[in-house]
Design a protein around this ligand. Structure first.
Ligand SMILES: CC(C)(COP(=O)(O)OP(=O)(O)OC[C@H]1O[C@@H](n2cnc3c(N)ncnc32)[C@H](O)[C@@H]1OP(=O)(O)O)[C@@H](O)C(=O)NCCC(=O)NCCS
Length: 352
């Protein structure tokens, strides 16, 4: 049997989509994730990314991607690598392919100066947790994935002025982001130019997707949203025990007042991601989140997601919503420098 690991090329797209469809993720929460409109659209969200494939006797049986970006490590900016989108055909598992794909990605990242590599694994994905630990990654942090149901419009009561951002706001947005998340490891330091580059690069993410709140001409909060379902078809295969309990709670509460439909196996989830978010005034951020939730109702989204530390003040700004939360584990392998282990972490919402 001949095994080859190589960079993916455009001609691999259709085979990769077919294989990704056969590889749902997780063991307790199981989700089938398929990139749209084409396989490589997910990797294109990053300015510097690479997709690899594993071939067995010339047939694609696995794939994995990685991205390189600036991130704060031990308080200072440095290139960091992010590993994502790993899957191996069910019939080719437990023969070391994921391990080989991992090493190939690490070589790519190290050659380009990454000081560490990190990855995110959803709670309960035991094969992935065992695999990443076998590759020498350490569990460093558990982040909260808040899944907010957007079934009805909520009142937005605030004295702040809420509006969509313009290009002239990007310096103030960058400053607010850098200040809000100072002290967080892996955060991406941003500038007006880097934010403009992200907006230019991500299809469907325009300045209109970024909202700001102001008081006396001072920006007090900003929040962006990204329609995730334009990049990935996500279908629920099965829910975790915690999510099943949430579904029961929602069903019981429906007897008393209107409640959303909870996620169900077989459902294709229309979702939005709240990213980026920053604030000096959490109440104004809450007003922005409600404004975005109301846009979600208009575009018929099922849920909005936010990714943060579980004890971040940001989580309180989401409290108006019925939510079903889960955890994502952050695993890190230092190449030449490590994060401050007791510091909080923040990663871009697009990583999820
Ligand atoms: C996770 C996945 C990529 C592993 O692929 P793989 O090629 O089978 O992994 P490897 O053969 O390289 O396994 C490396 C190690 O990981 C661990 N591991 C992998 N699969 C495992 C499983 N089902 N149960 C327990 N441990 C497992 C083992 O320690 C294994 O070493 P061993 O076989 O010597 O015991 C594969 O199961 C998969 O595609 N899952 C569905 C998609 C997914 O969840 N992707 C990850 C998203 S973060």
């Amino acid at each position: 049997m001949r095994i080859e690991i190589r960079e993916a090329c455009a001609g691999d797209g259709a085979n990769l989509t077919a294989l990704q469809t056969r590889c749902p993720q997780g063991t307790s929460i199981i989700m089938r994730i398929v990139n749209i409109p084409d396989f490589f659209s997910r990797a294109r969200l990053y300015a510097r990314s690479k997709v690899f494939v594993a071939l067995r006797d010339d047939e694609i049986v696995g794939s994995a991607a990685c991205a390189l970006r600036e991130g704060v490590v031990d308080g200072k900016p440095a290139p960091v690598g992010y590993l994502f989108q790993l899957f191996v055909a069910p019939e080719a598992r437990r023969s070391g392919l994921a391990g080989q794909l991992c090493r190939r990605r690490e070589e790519y990242l190290e050659e380009r100066g990454a000081v560490l590599s990190y990855t995110l694994i959803m709670e309960g994905n035991k094969p992935s947790i065992r695999y990443i630990e076998a590759q020498g990654y350490e569990h460093r942090r558990r982040l909260r994935v808040s899944c907010l149901y957007v079934h009805e419009k909520l009142d937005v009561e605030t004295d702040a002025r809420i509006r969509t951002a313009s290009a002239a706001d990007l310096s103030a947005v960058a400053e607010l982001l850098n200040t809000t998340w100072a002290g967080h490891e892996l955060r991406e330091p941003v500038s007006a130019d880097s934010l403009a580059a992200v907006i230019g690069r991500i299809p469907g993410y325009e300045l209109d997707n970024l909202l700001v709140a102001e008081r006396d001409s001072t920006m007090t909060a900003c929040a962006g949203y990204w329609q995730w379902d334009k990049f990935m078809d996500i279908t629920v295969e099965s829910l975790s025990a915690r999510m099943k309990l949430d579904a029961l709670r929602i069903k019981a509460e429906r007897l008393l007042h209107p409640m959303p439909d909870s996620l169900k196996p077989g459902q294709r989830v229309r979702q939005m991601m709240l990213t980026p978010m920053a604030f000096t005034d959490p109440n104004d951020l809450a007003a922005l989140v409600r404004t975005i939730g109301n846009i979600g109702v208009d575009v018929r989204a099922d849920v909005m997601y936010a990714l943060s530390e579980a004890d971040s003040p940001l989580v309180n700004t989401l409290a108006d919503y019925i939510h079903a939360d889960s955890d994502v584990h952050v695993y890190i392998k230092p190449f030449s420098r490590d994060i401050r282990q007791d510091s909080p972490i923040i990663v871009p919402g697009t990583d999820l």
